[in-house]
Design a protein around this ligand. Structure first.
Ligand code: UGA
Length: 434
């Protein structure tokens, strides 16, 4: 079976590489010729552990190729995945589907009869039906099917998530799509991964409901952290105590500076917009969005409160990626926090193992540094914003020699207060006694 993936962004590339790893013959298509050239030369434009090696191996073994020639790639495939972007539209927060619709039109013009067109991009409910209508209008009388196949890949763990998912969700409305999609995921089925075959609408809603729920879980524990700080609790103990209840589960209960990334902020906004439009407002999620925005500002306020004279102070920020093992800074808490510090005249020195090139154009005025210690030079406060492993074993003696101040603000709780005791630093974290 030949598979073509349209769009070589994060989702398209990971999916294409992993389908070739399953043993399928895969072609990845993009309009960006520079990107296709660099992928063909074996270079992955994003930082995702394990992806480049897996891609190179599958290219060498002849199962994976890259092209800008959509027409030829689509004509050769029996399943075509749409994995183009669905950015938030300015203003209303709704997902912008124009790239999905444009891709559907081009696929329709070039596909063989009986092709299954599968939407992997995150799309609002109703999109699969709209895509089906677009294709039918382009190619009247030609048999084809549409399927919805949302992805649940975490950046930094995408390969693992693709090859060992908790479940696969597929929305269909005919037998052809059902059988073909079962074949696509047969390698996982052999490993007993549950494959949920459902309607278009259900598949589309499952994706948003899953991300909205996870964002809500993070926001819940962040608010519990605030309460712990006021009444003397330890949020990590609370998370453990509630997480051991299987009905709650221990994951996504790490308090921090608020969620960011390319998915949770955009998907919660789109989910809320869908609810408003449908007359079924998602009030919990509306509130989650507002709380998370306020939290980022509150994190900046905490740093500023520690600086008697912000305009004469220097802050070292460790971590600008929205989470570790990625170079992605989209809607990262760091952007809001550093932005607020710069607005108050604070000198900001920052380090990140992978994301500085992405962050630099968004944060003019920051001094970017080669190491955490270089960032700490002359700093009054050291703020940990991303829980990279590289920050888990800082040498406090060295920090003491380079820093002007003696405060560590650990907004990811990567240290235990005991680790810092005796180092000469005072230590504040999130939702835990100091
Ligand atoms: C998320 C979902 O986890 C994936 O299942 C989904 O496929 C993906 O969005 C998507 O829609 O494409 P991702 O955005 O890569 O994946 O990152 P997560 O690991 O989910 O983290 C999201 C944000 O929540 C990060 O800012 C992270 O720091 C924060 N977070 C997460 C916490 O603050 N605490 C936690 O306990 C967990």
């Amino acid at each position: 079976m030949k598979i073509t993936v349209v769009g070589t962004g994060y989702v398209g590339l990971v999916s294409g590489v992993c389908f070739s790893e399953f043993g399928f013959d895969v072609t990845c298509v993009d309009v960006d010729a520079t990107k296709i050239a660099s992928l063909s030369a074996g270079m992955v434009p994003i930082y995702e552990p394990g992806l480049e090696e897996m891609m190179q191996r599958n290219v060498e073994e002849g199962r994976l190729s890259f092209t800008t020639d959509l027409a030829a790639a689509v004509a050769a495939a029996s399943v075509v995945f749409i994995a183009v972007g669905t950015p938030s539209r300015r203003g209303d927060g709704e997902a912008d589907l124009s790239y999905v619709y444009a891709a559907a039109r081009e696929i329709a013009r070039n596909m063989q009869p009986e092709t299954v067109v599968t939407i992997k991009s995150t799309v609002v409910v109703g999109t699969c039906r709209a895509v089906r209508d677009i294709i039918a209008a382009e190619r009247p009388g030609v048999p084809f099917s549409v399927a919805s196949n949302p992805e649940f890949l975490r950046e930094g763990a995408a390969i693992e998530d693709f090859l060992r998912p908790d479940r696969v969700v597929v929305g269909v409305d005919d037998e052809r799509a059902k059988l073909r999609m079962r074949r696509v995921y047969r390698p996982l089925n052999l490993r007993e991964t549950p494959i949920l075959i459902t309607s278009f609408e259900n598949a589309e809603l499952i994706k948003y409901a899953a991300n909205a729920f996870l964002a809500m879980k993070v926001t819940f524990i962040n608010e519990v952290a605030d309460l712990c700080e006021k009444v003397g609790g330890n949020v990590q103990e609370i998370a453990r105590g509630i997480g051991l209840d299987n009905r709650i589960g221990s994951k996504f209960l790490h308090a921090g500076p608020g969620f960011g990334g390319s998915c949770f902020p955009k998907d919660t906004r789109a989910f809320a917009a869908t609810g408003r439009k449908a007359g079924a407002p998602q009030r919990l999620i509306e509130e989650v969005i507002a709380i998370n925005e306020a939290r980022k500002a509150d994190m900046a306020a905490r740093v500023l409160a520690a600086l008697p004279e912000p305009a004469k102070s220097t802050v070292a920020v460790l971590g600008v990626a929205f989470k570790p093992n990625t170079d992605d800074v989209r809607e990262a808490p760091s952007l809001a926090v550093i932005g607020d510090l710069l607005a108050e005249g604070v000198s900001v020195r920052a380090h990140d193992p992978e994301a500085m090139a992405q962050a630099a154009p968004l944060l003019p005025g920051v001094a970017w540094c080669d190491s955490p210690y270089q960032a700490a030079e002359g700093a009054d406060v050291l703020v940990i914003l991303t829980e990279w492993n590289a920050y888990r074993m800082l040498n406090f003696a060295t920090l003491k020699t380079v820093m002007a101040g003696r405060l560590i603000l650990d907004l990811r709780n990567i240290y235990k207060p005991d680790d810092i005791a005796g180092t000469g630093f005072s230590y504040r974290s999130v939702g835990r006694p100091t």
